[in-house]
Design a protein around this ligand. Structure first.
Ligand code: UDP
Ligand code: MG
Length: 317
């Protein structure tokens, strides 16, 4: 029996690139025909343009194409999870729809996992050409930070373009958490991963969905999901300031005994009060962030809600 390779593609408003994407991957599929059979799992993440219609068109003309359509936009992480859960293949590749993940790498990636030498092939871009410098700068800081703060290792420049064995996919989907930070989950499950490098590729068409603010929030999510160091930092800061205050009290008492008690120092006092107030709010905010995440986890809401799949189309036709 020929093995099946599922290609999971989260799509949010990608009508412009989808046909091109499908064409490119189909070319590769034909090239790999002898070795492996392809299955497409498109996840329509509540797109507001013609993405779903485009996917349905592909599904109607090619029975290898399967899809899941969400009831609204749930975000890329939800899309990835749905894709991995729906994929039936012995191997699963996750790819962006915008052709920033070159399909031409698939045969090489497959070579590594085919015989079980590796469980997973990840890709990382060696440069960030075409990206605003300020974004690259913060991205670099983020990776430095998160790698210092958490036990698992996150590779700078790693993309969500990977090819995994069934075993690894099962491990990923067995993690029921609501706050899904894939980059972390992939490295949390372990397994033998081979890294391939390639030059950054610009989007084929359409626009990126990530604003700077969205990336910032995503970074905070990532840190909270895989590290509790911020809580420790808050506690340590509190301790340090207690110590400083204690020493200052001693100094002031001694000074008063020796020199008397001249009134003064109002501005410096306000500064200290403001700083302490700020630090307390910051620490509360950090605790709040974790509490909020816990709150969301305990509700056990589904990560995504499905509105339509290729099964529904088959039933009605
Ligand atoms: N995406 C998604 N849901 C979202 C945002 C993005 O499924 O809410 C998909 C998008 O269609 C694309 C992939 O995630 O296939 C990566 O998005 P994008 O290219 O905008 O990110 P970038 O490459 O700029 O980081
Ligand atoms: Mg992209």
């Amino acid at each position: 029996m020929k093995k099946i390779l599922s290609v999971v593609v989260p799509c949010y408003n990608e009508e412009a690139v989808l046909p091109v994407f499908y064409q490119e991957v189909t070319k590769i599929a034909t090239r790999m025909e002898k070795e492996v059979e392809f299955e497409f799992v498109f996840v329509d993440d509540g797109s507001s343009d013609g993405t779903l219609a485009e996917i349905e068109k592909l599904a109607a003309s090619d029975k290898r194409v399967r899809f899941v359509s969400f009831s609204r936009n749930f975000g890329k992480e939800a899309g990835l999870l749905a894709g991995l859960e729906y994929a039936k293949g012995d191997f699963v590749a996750t790819m962006d729809a915008d052709l920033q993940d070159p399909p031409s790498l698939l045969p090489r990636m497959y070579d590594y996992v085919r015989d079980g030498e590796y469980d997973c092939v990840g890709t990382r871009r060696v440069n960030r050409a075409g990206e605003p410098p300020i974004r690259s700068f913060f991205a670099r800081i983020f990776y430095k930070l998160i790698n210092k703060m958490s036990k698992i290792e996150m590779v700078d420049g790693a993309r969500d373009f990977r090819l995994m064995s069934r075993q690894m996919v099962n491990a990923i989907i067995s993690m029921p958490e609501y706050n899904r930070y894939s980059k972390g989950l992939f490295s949390f499950v372990g397994f033998k991963t081979k890294w391939l490098e390639y030059e950054n590729v610009q989007r084929a068409a359409g626009e990126t969905h990530w604003s700077f603010w969205k990336l910032f929030v995503y970074a905070i999510d990532g840190i909270c999901a895989f590290s509790t160091v911020p809580l420790v930092v808050a506690a340590v800061l509190g301790l340090v300031f207690c110590l400083v205050a204690f020493i200052m009290v001693i100094i002031i008492v001694v000074k008063t005994i020796i020199y008397g008690d001249p009134v003064g120092g109002w501005p410096s006092m306000i500064c200290v009060v403001l700083m302490m107030g700020g630090l307390q709010l910051l620490a509360l905010g950090v605790i709040g962030e974790y509490l909020a995440k816990m709150y969301l986890e305990t509700k056990r809401r589904p990560v995504y809600i499905v509105r339509k799949t290729e099964q529904d189309v088959k039933k009605t036709s």
